[in-house]
Write a protein that binds this ligand. Sequence first.
Ligand SMILES: Cc1cc2nc3c(=O)[nH]c(=O)nc-3n(C[C@H](O)[C@H](O)[C@H](O)COP(=O)(O)OP(=O)(O)OC[C@H]3O[C@@H](n4cnc5c(N)ncnc54)[C@H](O)[C@@H]3O)c2cc1C
Length: 404
Amino acid sequence: MADAKYDVLIIGAGIIGLSTAMHLLQGHPNLKVGIVDKNDEIASQQTGHNSGVIHSGIYYKPGSFKAQFCVEGRASMVQFCEDNGIDFNPIGKVIIANSDEELARLELLHERGTANGVPDLQLVDSDKLKEIEPHVVAKRALWAPHTAIVNYKEVTQVYLNRVEDTGGTLHLNSAVRSIKRGSGSTVVKTSSGDYEATNVVNCAGLHSDRIASMMGANPGVKIIPFRGEYYTLKKESETLVKGLIYPVPDPELPFLGVHFTHNVKGYVEAGPNAVLATAREGYRKRDFSPKDFADTMTYMGFWKMASREWKTGFMEMNRSLRKGLFVRDLQKMIPEIKSSDLGGGGSGVRAQAVDGSGRLLDDFVIEHTEGSVHVLNAPSPGATASLVIGKRITTLAEEAFSLN
Ligand SMILES: Cc1cc2nc3c(=O)[nH]c(=O)nc-3n(C[C@H](O)[C@H](O)[C@H](O)COP(=O)(O)OP(=O)(O)OC[C@H]3O[C@@H](n4cnc5c(N)ncnc54)[C@H](O)[C@@H]3O)c2cc1C
């Protein structure tokens, strides 16, 4: 006997799961929607450990989901924050370039961002850059004045308030243990009880491939966890950074490179790097999960990726262990920064989907089959674009669940 029955059960109370619940209930007020999450609070994983940037959509290949979702996502996120009294700050961002190669990539980013419709994007020279970021030294920069910062945990809480106000139910401390699909209904066994659902949406982030497998779907990818570590600028050094300062990213990698971000709580973070984590929720270097580690090590896609990317992986690991190397990369943006300017910081773990050929998937991957939708890759700018993604999943669910 199930503890509760739902038309749609969403697994994962991160920013994507709760945005989806909110949009489903907005469009279908009579739907019985439940959300389960294994932890004792919402937004406890990627959503609660990110850089808090409302990205403007510069980097992404025109036509990709990232490009489509991010520009619209930024505008809708800003509107949502204004409508709901959520504190956000349009602090602006520079992407800086020095070498010839970086300058060429910066031009490309300008073209991309313009093609994607990023508002007021400009290439600026070193004098103008000095006015925007007095401590940064670079030949040229791309200036995105509307890039903003926000606390995504707060945004997710407002999504939850909307969900609960419109009849949705959240079950915390409910880790999904197994899923049994029958004809027309699915029983999801969790650590807090069994839930019967006509349809299931998998928004389980770092565990989304496992949830898909439990449902008998072949996800075609494995989640490989990459920890991103941050330092925090000491109070007296915060004046070195006015807004958001980024390097030109390596086009071969899905990560943006270590950068400086102001936080809405008032402090400045430097990071994150990207090191292989030995646990899917491995926020500390010493965190180790035999199951997660074995899952990574026995995956052929991991070894194919490792054989291609070993140099980058080694560099990232080295920089993670040696603060001096981290500082050296930060000095490429702000030459006067010193190791003593940096204090301890936090970390986040990215759920990076890697396919069997070892390719790190760069774009959002959302699959649907009859009765289920699976979010298999939701990288940055997933938080920025969460309203658009929730709407998109709702459209897919309407089709897959015959809701209209
Ligand atoms: C270091 C870092 C920096 C980032 N910076 C930015 C940024 O500045 N701007 C931006 O737009 N995006 C950023 N992102 C990306 C963004 O954070 C993610 O795209 C977004 O949070 C994904 O949300 P989610 O709901 O899919 O996943 P999550 O937030 O990870 O939520 C998944 C939920 O599923 C639950 N769950 C998992 N397994 C189970 C199970 N078996 N049973 C029950 N519940 C389960 C988890 O407890 C969790 O609450 C960053 C990400 C990282 C990691």
